[in-house]
Ligand binder design. Structure first.
Ligand code: ATP
Length: 221
């Protein structure tokens, strides 16, 4: 008699610009892993379409900083696939590619509440519910999502997230961390450091002179 197939571990994708990766990204990704029984979470830097303002750091630098930030966190990985693809990189294309590669493996897309609030601006947003589950992190100051965004995914608890192939939504309530990459970049320029960035990432930023680091420090003050 053959043993029943083990349930397939979900593919958990936490996309973002990560310009730079900061402590809230890492704390949130670890909280997601814990909420899902220690599952591996892939941090996936996005390629920004050419018509939008480009990140300050290059794709390689964003990847390097992510690699430094996840080092030592066994449940976190970096997935470079969207930076390696030619042409515009839409998350929906990534999910469709993963579905072709691993049709039986459930996918969970992770995002902050601010991204969720603007979800109906995403390219082909209505197609997501047949391709993945959603896990939303709390974020201070985030707007409430519209009724049509809320209705797209069924809200469930952690135990039921994977009860169907796709289309469920888990709203985490912690951690609530008031950190943004925009504020990090401003602090780095103004003060030359920022506690929301880990030491190895800060050393990398200094080595590469990113984010106008220290340009706002007044001599002799
Ligand atoms: P920026 O300030 O440049 O917009 P950011 O801090 O929002 O950057 P991103 O790389 O754009 O960072 O975010 C990637 C993902 O992480 C998004 O889904 C975003 O909502 C989420 N995120 C970022 N910071 C937080 C936070 N403090 N709490 C919860 N989610 C967050």
């Amino acid at each position: 008699m053959t043993a029943p197939a083990a349930p397939t571990a979900p593919r958990i994708l936490f996309g973002g610009t990560f310009d730079p990766v900061h402590r809230a990204h890492i704390s949130c990704a670890r909280a997601v892993s814990r909420a899902l029984g220690g599952a591996v979470v892939d941090l996936m830097p996005n390629a920004v379409p050419p018509h939008r303002p480009q990140p300050v750091a290059s794709p390689e630098q964003r990847l390097d900083m992510l690699a430094l930030a996840v080092a030592g966190h066994a449940s976190l990985r970096v997935d470079p696939r969207e930076l390696q693809r030619d042409g515009p990189s839409w998350t929906i294309d990534t999910l469709e590619a993963l579905q072709r590669e691993e049709p039986r493996r459930p996918r969970i897309l992770v995002m902050g509440a601010d991204s969720f609030a603007g979800f109906d601006n995403w390219h082909r947003w209505q197609d997501y519910a047949r391709l993945c589950h959603l896990l939303v992190l709390p974020r201070p100051g985030a707007d409430a999502p519209s009724a049509r965004v809320q209705a797209l995914f069924r809200e469930t608890g952690a135990d039921n997230l994977l009860a169907s192939a796709a289309g469920n939504r888990l709203m985490l309530t912690a951690p609530v961390l008031d950190v943004s990459a925009t504020a990090v970049r401003e602090a780095l320029a103004r003060k030359g450091s920022c506690p929301a960035v880990s030491d190895p990432v800060l050393a990398y930023i200094r080595r590469h002179g990113l984010y106008n680091i220290g340009s706002g420090i007044q001599p002799g003050r």
